[in-house]
Design a protein around this ligand. Structure first.
Ligand code: ATP
Ligand code: MG
Ligand code: FE
Length: 354
């Protein structure tokens, strides 16, 4: 199966071509155009600007991916595009682009849940069969999920307020580090003392797998007000913040791993995915937790942690291969969703834009 994937749900316009053969995924092209420069002056993603940028870039990006792959639309077996969740303007642009190409070429369209893309992203290069425990940590989400198979997700716990990526971004904004916050905070944290500031670890001692990061963000803001903003203090504050987040994720991950039962004779696999999975300190801490219980940590390469179209093409290919896309037109009648939880029961209650 050869699939074109399109991703436009936030501030990356991306397109990729992927071949899935005997369960093995081969990436043929993988184009990501980030809109960093457009949003940087506003210290965050501006939905209107994102939608306009996607409209300008989507066509060019798809053509670049097809050109790089050396294929024409007739060579494809299907076209997949993110159909939610995300900023609705951008989602609509990518989805319409995908639907138009699919219809013109007479190929099935596959509506992909962006979160399913992140959830399957470890399968892009690694040996990562189902089932596995997933920690999804991105700009808008922070949750533990049991992934039993394609489309079989059970949520075990999630943040009750901010996502981890959001906490990184807000902390960076408070400290004047620019956007996006994650990489900037990580860079500064490397040279800092993580014990310098006594920051809270919210919900750490509460049983269960729910998490909270809003209080931590506020504590950072208060500490920043009190301390003189020298370069050293800034490094210490970033290191202390990153350590607090890492501690919370590590403790909850240990608990989740203990509860996770992969089944008779199955290896315990623990996947961390989403933009925050690019953080080296967090990856190292999770690696340690996994090793302690004899589990294997699997994380996508850095390029496929943050938003990309390769993971969307993979989700589309796996759905098509599994017969989850029906009819010649596929999901052509599916609308875009600003919110779209991975677990089905919650998904049914979310609004759809036709
Ligand atoms: P969602 O997938 O939930 O819809 P999103 O698509 O915006 O949200 P991603 O692209 O997966 O999220 O990830 C972006 C987030 O990851 C941003 O919040 C960014 O700050 C964070 N991030 C990226 N790199 C790092 C890093 N090295 N350390 C910590 N956070 C990071
Ligand atoms: Mg992004
Ligand atoms: Fe994402």
């Amino acid at each position: 199966l050869t699939i074109l994937g399109i991703e436009t749900s936030c501030d990356e316009t991306a397109a990729a071509v992927l071949r899935l053969q005997d369960g093995c995924a081969e990436l043929i092209s993988d184009v990501i155009r980030t809109q960093l420069e457009e949003h940087a002056p506003y210290l965050g993603v501006v939905p209107e600007i994102a939608a306009r940028a996607h409209a300008e870039l989507a066509d060019l990006t798809v053509k670049a991916a097809m050109h790089e792959a050396g294929l024409s639309y007739a060579d494809l077996d299907g076209v997949a595009a993110t159909s939610g969740p995300g900023l609705i303007g951008g989602v609509l642009v990518g989805m319409m682009t995908g639907k138009a190409i699919a219809q013109a070429a007479g190929k099935p369209f596959i509506a992909v849940n962006h979160l399913e893309g992140h959830a399957l992203s470890p399968r892009l290069g690694n040996d990562c069969p189902f089932p596995y425990l997933l920690l999804l940590v991105s700009g808008g989400h922070c949750q533990f999920l049991e992934v039993r198979g394609l489309g079989e997700y059970r949520r075990l716990g999630s943040t009750i307020d901010d996502a981890v990526g959001e906490a990184f971004d807000k902390t960076a904004k408070t400290l004047g580090l620019g956007f996006p916050g994650g990489p900037a905070v990580e860079r500064l944290a490397e040279g800092g003392n993580a014990e310098a500031f006594d920051l809270p670890r919210p919900l750490l001692n509460r049983p269960g797998l729910d998490m909270s990061f809003a209080g931590l963000k506020t504590a950072v803001a208060r500490a920043a007000e009190d301390a003189p903003q020298t370069e050293d203090r800034l490094r210490d504050l970033c290191a202390s913040f990153q350590k607090a987040v890492t501690d919370v994720l590590a403790v909850k991950a240990g608990r989740a791993l203990e509860a996770f039962e992969p089944g008779e004779g199955q290896e315990k696999r623990f996947v961390v995915a989403g933009g925050v999975a690019a953080n080296k300190a967090i990856r190292a801490a999770l690696e340690h937790v996994a090793a302690e219980v004899g589990a294997r940590l699997i994380a996508p390469p850095l390029r496929h942690c943050t938003d990309n179209a390769a993971m969307i093409a993979l989700a589309g290919a796996e759905r098509l291969a599994a017969g989850l896309v029906s009819g010649e037109a596929g999901d052509l009648g599916t609308g875009a969703r600003p919110r779209w939880p991975l677990d089905e029961a919650a998904a049914k209650a979310s609004p759809v834009y036709e």
